[in-house]
Design a protein around this ligand. Sequence first.
Ligand code: PLP
Length: 399
Amino acid sequence: MPSLNDFSKSLSFSRRSFLRSASSAVLVAPILTEAHFARAAMGAAAVPEFSMSGIYLDANENPLGPSDAARKAIADILPNGGRYAPPLYFSLMKMFAEQMGVPADYVMVYDGSSPPLHYASLAFTSPTRSFVCGNPTYEAGQRAAEIAGAKIHAVPLAKDYSHDVAAMVKADPAAGLIYICNPNNPTGTCTSKEQIDFAVANKPAGSVLLIDEAYIHLSDTASAMDHVKAGKDVIILRTFSKIYGMAGIRCGFAIARPDLLKKLEHYGQSPMPITGMIAAQASLMDADLVPARKKLIADTRNKTFAWLKANNYSFIPSESNCFMIDVKRPGPQIRTLMAKDDVHIGRSWAAWPTYVRVTVGLPSEMEAFQTSFKKAMDTPATAWNGMRRSREYKDGIHA
Ligand code: PLP
């Protein structure tokens, strides 16, 4: 069977070219996704070829992969892989709409939640309509808004690491899009339903709230779906890349009033992978999947937190599949040291340059993480090298 490396080479899609597209952000700032940010943060020297042989805790992926039911559905539909299969689009959107309790035309399927995130930023921001977000938060929406020529208001998270919605709604009366990532990437912290309700009630007229619920199934926090049902200016994003383990299979949804969804249509829609649609459908029909995986990931995360606490490391308690540790030195130093053990942790954000983001992996992977992390932390810190101020640092690109 060809390896992933052979596959990459045969498509002329080497890790180097992938990195180059990520690194070119320094010059032209293209819209990037978690995968670009994570791989770019590794640094060109750290991993000579793309490979899945190490331990990857750097991209908020789910090492469990698709559920058994989803795998079977993929295998069964493969002979039809030569088809575009439009009827599947409609049956999947109908099923999801029914589960969410919204009309079918309130749902649009995409190949992940990245496309509607980018499109919403492009559609609702401009040189006169700004983008408001938390800081730190997931960067992709901001990137798209920068391309739209929008001013960015990055509002520091509140003391409890929730979004400071009171400050966000006041940031700019001409805001076009207010982005709330709940739970937040990279902190894994939640913004309460009361705070979301406050944002809906107090946002500037004419602005749209984009609530990114990529990680919602991993936490106990409430969805903002009731605001979509009530016809508010709210777009919710959902993905199958996280709890459902389908980042490489691709499926996601935008859920909103039809007139808001219509504004995203302008940017098009890539054809959906037939495998992604059928696996999503199988996942939605599996009532045990979400609770079982939520518990496994929470147990692994909490065990890791107990270890961090016992060793006096400072971290932010998270309710998701990622968390941040304050390594008390430039984050890339620890990431680079751990990469030598083939343990790849996540990037740092300019707002918190001494924090690194770690994705919760399998229990065995988190044991390897503990060994490698302690070894790295026991290594004396080297001098600050000014990465904090550079765009490279901001994007986690420091090769
Ligand atoms: N939103 C958030 C908060 C994310 O962290 C990610 C990826 O990590 C995405 C959206 C995009 O995910 P995908 O396009 O795989 O659905």
